[in-house]
Design a protein around this ligand. Structure first.
Ligand SMILES: [Zn+2]
Length: 267
């Protein structure tokens, strides 16, 4: 059975579970997970080549990146870099589905123009996402408060959904909730597999057991035992409660997501 798709694009805000989903989509053996490809062509070459791939090899010894990186054009021109990506992938992994979790809608177009692409937009419950970012100071050492973060989540979520949905056919776009993915993996895997027309996700194996060459992803890359655990830290806190109560629009949007009524959620 072959998939309807040759590419899977994972769209999300930061810290919303995109790396986990990227790994998971590789477990069925039909696809190869590449993590956040945008970082490979955007970041300084010396930084990129100093990375270790999730396959265990250093960037230049990796069977994929070791071939691709020397072919990348100088500079940061999106189109030529993406031509190299798609050509190298087709050469090294013929017939396989490419998984890119570059997240940002600006990078989706490079897939849509070249391959039939399934977009998986993964969102995290706003309460959990806000707690994660409240703990994280920005470059100036400042932390954002709950109200600011929740408004930001709502604005950026709705913008990302609207932009990515506008680039593909309705059936090629799915809303995934990180919390459902982790806590109800069987049902979510079945929903994604049905849409893809092929078993992208095999829940019987560790989530890292597929073929993956992830140079850039979140911190789980390279230090996980392959078992999925829910990031439940927000459940032990209450500092999200007041901003959540004060922002009814954000709360309603979050509750729609949690009920599975978001656009693209159905089968
Ligand atoms: Zn690798």
């Amino acid at each position: 059975m072959t998939s309807r798709y040759d590419s899977v694009f994972v769209s999300s805000l930061g810290h919303s579970g995109s790396t986990l989903l990227d790994f998971l989509v590789g477990t069925g053996g039909h696809s190869v997970s590449l993590g956040e490809w945008k970082c490979v062509w955007q970041r300084p070459r010396a930084e990129v080549t100093a990375q270790t791939c999730s396959c265990g090899a250093s960037a230049l010894d990796c069977p994929f990146w070791g071939v691709l990186i020397p072919r990348l054009p100088e500079g940061r021109s999106r189109g030529p870099a993406n031509d190299v990506l798609h050509d190298t992938f087709a050469e090294l992994f013929p017939g396989r589905i490419m998984v890119d979790s570059s997240k940002d809608a600006n990078h989706l177009i490079e897939h849509v123009d070249r391959r039939r692409t399934l977009v998986l937009h993964v969102s995290k419950d706003v309460r959990s996402w806000t707690c994660r970012w409240m703990d994280r100071p920005n470059r100036a050492g400042k932390r954002k408060g709950g109200l600011t973060l929740m408004r930001e989540w709502h604005r950026r979520e709705t913008a990302a959904v609207s932009r990515t949905r506008g680039m593909v056919d309705g059936t090629d776009w799915m809303q995934i909730l990180y919390d459902d993915l982790v806590l109800g993996i069987e049902a979510e895997a079945e929903r994604i597999n049905r849409r893809a027309g092929v078993d992208l996700i095999d829940t019987s194996v560790p989530f890292t057991s597929g073929e993956h060459h992830i140079l850039y992803g979140n911190s789980m890359k390279g230090r996980t035992d392959g078992r999925i655990r829910y990031d439940a830290r927000w459940l032990g806190r209450s500092d999200w409660l007041v901003p959540y109560l004060l922002l009814p629009r954000v709360r309603r949007y979050n509750e729609v997501l949690r009920r599975g009524e978001a656009p693209g959620q159905g089968d």
